[in-house]
Design a protein around this ligand. Structure first.
Ligand SMILES: Cc1cc2nc3c(=O)[nH]c(=O)nc-3n(C[C@H](O)[C@H](O)[C@H](O)COP(=O)(O)O)c2cc1C
Length: 325
């Protein structure tokens, strides 16, 4: 069973992470990930208020006594959510691991550190990873171009981005984007990472709190079935291909601006996809990993399968190749 420095630092059995997912990172999924011995993150901004986040943390604790974390996605905006209050809710609830993403977590680090909260910062470039280590995060997740959600603007896939990051960093690095199985975990370890982060794969599990039609669509989709929206606005997001995401790409390609697509990309529409299973109600995040996903397992079966497959690869096929068998 591969264990790494990451497992020690973040207090989990397996080097497998379920990253924050808007509308998806709720107690049912995160508790199942924790029970499986991996590290799951509730998504702070899925909860409408810091008080609701504290309640969700309490609900997750009722479902598991294993450690879990909270994702705090920091998006620069005109009317930002009350980040300091969300941070306070995390700290006061006794959560000891946070995944930050979107923007530098610098403003939040002193408070997290003062309360013994470990910070895993997720970013999409080596320069941001290096900066995160410099300001004192405990680990870095590096998201390659394959990933669901925001891959950044550099378009560097994991095969280059992961070793480019691991050779520059000393804190544990988690490889993210396109991972679904034990082969991916072994590849990530070979590239110098100390574990994998998965979004799309965990979205397509029994405990994922989204409509079954979304999961069946992920199984049906191939690696070709994503769209990159907001490219020209330099705020790229990788989402599942559907009539809405294709329309957004078309409008922006034809010279449209954000106000022309604002209604199409509204969060409430994406939420409807997950809740009602109306796959063309709005945009929803999904990565190239869709092409490697063929089933809807329980989280427990998925994590066990990944770890067993990685183990078998390292001690079986790869060891045999080394011996020249
Ligand atoms: C439905 C969905 C919603 C997501 N929402 C967030 C989010 O709110 N904050 C965040 O940091 N990452 C978010 N992500 C990105 C994941 O945490 C993770 O970094 C990414 O999915 C990794 O790529 P993969 O999907 O290929 O595994 C989301 C991903 C998905 C699939």
């Amino acid at each position: 069973m591969p264990t790494t420095r990451f497992c020690e630092t973040f207090g989990v059995d397996h080097p497998v992470v379920q990253g924050g997912m808007q509308w998806v990172g709720r107690a049912e999924l995160v508790a199942a990930v924790a029970e499986a011995g991996a590290l799951g993150f509730l998504t702070a901004l899925t909860q409408p208020t810091p008080e609701a986040l504290a309640e969700e943390i309490a609900r997750c604790r009722e479902l598991t006594d294993k450690p879990f974390g909270v994702n705090l996605t920091i998006l620069p905006s005109i009317n930002p959510p009350p980040y300091d209050e969300y941070r306070r809710a995390i700290i006061e609830s006794g959560v000891k691991v946070v995944e930050t993403a979107g923007f530098t977590p610098e403003a939040h680090l002193p408070e997290f550190r003062a309360h013994g909260v470990k910070v895993l910062h997720k970013c999409t470039s080596v320069r941001h990873a290096v900066k995160a280590e410099k300001i004192g995060v405990d680990g870095v997740s590096i998201d390659g171009f394959e990933c669901a959600g925001h891959p950044g603007e550099d378009d560097i896939p994991g095969l280059v981005l992961i070793p480019a990051a691991t050779r520059r960093l000393t804190v544990p690095v988690i490889a993210s984007g396109g991972f679904t199985d034990g082969r991916g975990l072994v590849a990530a370890l070979a590239l110098g990472a100390e574990g994998i982060n998965m979004g799309t794969r965990f979205l397509c599990t029994v405990e994922s709190p989204v409509h079954r039609r979304v999961k069946e669509q992920i199984v049906a989709n191939s690696e070709l079935d994503t769209e990159l929206i907001f490219r020209r606005l330099r705020n790229t997001a990788r989402v599942a291909s559907n009539s809405v995401s294709r329309k957004v790409v078309g409008i922006l390609d034809d010279g449209g601006e954000f106000p022309d697509v604002r209604d199409l990309v509204a969060g409430a529409r994406g939420r409807k996809v997950f809740e009602d299973g109306d796959l063309d109600a709005g945009i929803w995040s999904a990565g190239l990993a869709q092409g490697l996903i063929d089933d809807i397992p329980t989280v427990g079966d998925l994590v066990r399968r990944i770890v067993a497959e990685a183990d078998e690869l390292i001690t079986g096929r790869l060891a045999a190749a080394c011996r020249g068998d």
